[in-house]
Write a protein that binds this ligand. Structure first.
Ligand SMILES: [Fe+2]
Ligand SMILES: [Fe+2]
Length: 475
């Protein structure tokens, strides 16, 4: 069932609004497999048509907005989204569709034309003069599409960031969906997972440097989902540094996105426990690799390597981890990569029982104390790739000034470019990028801080930093 919207679309109208967008998402999903005249697509359109008619009886217009990876119905956001809604958001974003307005009189035939336009190749949409022109050329009069405005030259940087949040949001929805499917014993929607991972691989291999945006994603959602996504992105980045092909990156990304799926069977009070686990609790927690592997091995569409990674990701190179094997054998390279990124993410993420470790401390721990558990050549490639201050790291200097890392510095890794944050002005960035070492500070007072603890919305902050960068580029 679709998520709840806020109360400004109340009662039965809210339900009709949710069902309308749900019908559109279903039609879009089916049209990727079947022709628009296929009964399953027609069924979805029929359902959508009747829900829409209910809405348009009450109001002359019904507006769906796709804003930075979220769906807004009239003025009420869908608070959570299913995988198919995530796919719809992605399809709209790729075709530059920001808003769809349905007017009284919209027919099923017009809905079907809308679905066809949203399923067109993005370059064909562009060639037709944009989504609204493509729709109008098909004689559609009661549906209008507005284009994303932030993709103008001036806002290109912001547009890229929005796309970013789309890739992120969709993948997160897909992981949530997979977890719900495992919990209720349904088959995992492997197709959605693979297409989401493909989006991430495209993004990373398209040189948009997802990895540098990792820090501002943290703290946005429930730890397990975020964690799975971080691991997936970091592992794909590492795979790219190692020269894996796109096919291999997709296989690796899918396996890592699902590596902790066995945690579904761990009770939440153990998963979220704010202190160390008792022996009994640890025994429950440490079953998740086996449980995950069993679930994944039953998925006929999934590469068997996903079950291998779920099974092996806590074993460690020296087999000091769990589960214990009677006759230890070498671990799969993807499992070794997963355990490296898993450890890094666990150390640098805020947990209920401790603050996040600064990246430098995490790196030192991994090099010194955890080295026997981690494959040394993979570890060294990973740490080189990361650098000491990933993009979006929030720093406090001299006890009060806040900075955000806006660009890592490959030549002088300890001296990334930063921007000062004006905490008085709702956490906006100030103009001008400054190398970290030039920012006045007392020695030893540089600390990495957690944006969530300070109530700073890093997503908004990074948008504002990107806007400042774009502004700088124009002047
Ligand atoms: Fe795990
Ligand atoms: Fe994990």
């Amino acid at each position: 069932m679709l998520a709840e919207a806020t109360s400004s679309v109340a009662g039965p109208m809210r339900r009709a609004a949710e069902d309308t967008v749900g019908g559109l998402a279903r039609a879009m999903k089916n049209v990727s497999f079947y022709d628009v005249t296929h009964p399953v697509v027609l069924d979805a359109l029929k359902d959508m048509g009747s829900d829409l008619a209910t809405l348009l009886e009450a109001e002359p217009e019904f507006v769906i907005k796709f804003s930075s990876g979220y769906v807004v119905l009239q003025d009420a956001p869908l608070l959570a989204q299913s995988a198919s809604i995530g796919n719809l958001v992605g399809a709209c974003h790729r075709r530059g569709v920001d808003t769809v307005v349905f007017r009284r009189g919209a027919s099923e035939e017009e809905l079907s034309q809308l679905v066809e336009v949203l399923a067109m190749d993005p370059s064909d949409v562009e060639a037709a003069g944009g989504p609204q022109q493509a729709l109008a050329a098909r004689g559609v009069r009661h549906i209008a599409i507005q284009k994303i405005v932030s993709r103008s030259e001036a806002g290109e940087e912001i547009g890229r960031l929005s796309e970013w949040s789309w890739v992120y949001t969709t993948a997160l929805d897909v992981v949530r969906g997979a977890s719900a499917e495992v919990r209720t014993g349904r088959a995992i929607d492997i197709g959605s997972i693979e297409s989401s991972v493909r989006g991430i691989v495209d993004d990373i291999t398209g040189d948009r440097s997802i990895v540098h945006s990792l820090n501002w994603m943290k703290g946005m959602d429930e730890y397990t989902f975020i964690h799975a996504l971080h691991i997936c992105i970091l592992a794909i980045e590492l795979g790219r540094v190692l020269g894996l092909s796109k096919d291999r990156l997709e296989e690796l990304g899918t396996a890592t996105l699902l590596h902790d799926v066995g945690k579904i069977f761990v009770p939440l009070d153990i998963l979220r426990k704010p202190a160390g686990l008792s022996d009994e609790e640890f025994a429950v927690m440490s079953r998740h690799p086996v449980d995950g592997a069993l679930v994944l091995a039953r998925e006929p569409e999934l590469s068997s390597v996903a079950a291998v990674v779920a099974f092996e990701h806590h074993m460690h190179l020296d087999h000091s981890g769990y589960p214990q094997m009677r006759r230890p054998r070498p671990l799969h390279m993807y499992s070794l990569m997963t355990s490296i990124v898993d450890v890094y993410d666990a150390l640098t993420t805020v947990r209920p029982y401790r603050p996040p470790l600064p990246p430098k401390t995490a790196v030192r721990l991994m090099r010194e104390q955890l080295a026997t558990r981690l494959e040394p050549r993979l570890l060294s490639r990973f740490l080189d790739m990361l650098g000491p201050y990933p993009w979006g790291t929030l720093l406090r200097v001299g006890g009060d000034r806040l900075l955000v890392v806006t660009r890592p510095n490959p030549v002088e890794p300890d001296n990334p470019l930063t921007r000062v944050i004006d905490t008085a002005d709702g956490g906006k960035v100030l103009a001008g990028e400054t190398p970290l070492l030039e920012v006045e500070r007392r020695p030893g007072r540089l600390e990495v801080v957690d944006p969530v603890a300070l109530g700073i919305d890093l997503t908004a902050l990074m948008h504002s930093a990107a806007a400042a960068t774009a502004e700088q580029g124009r002047s």
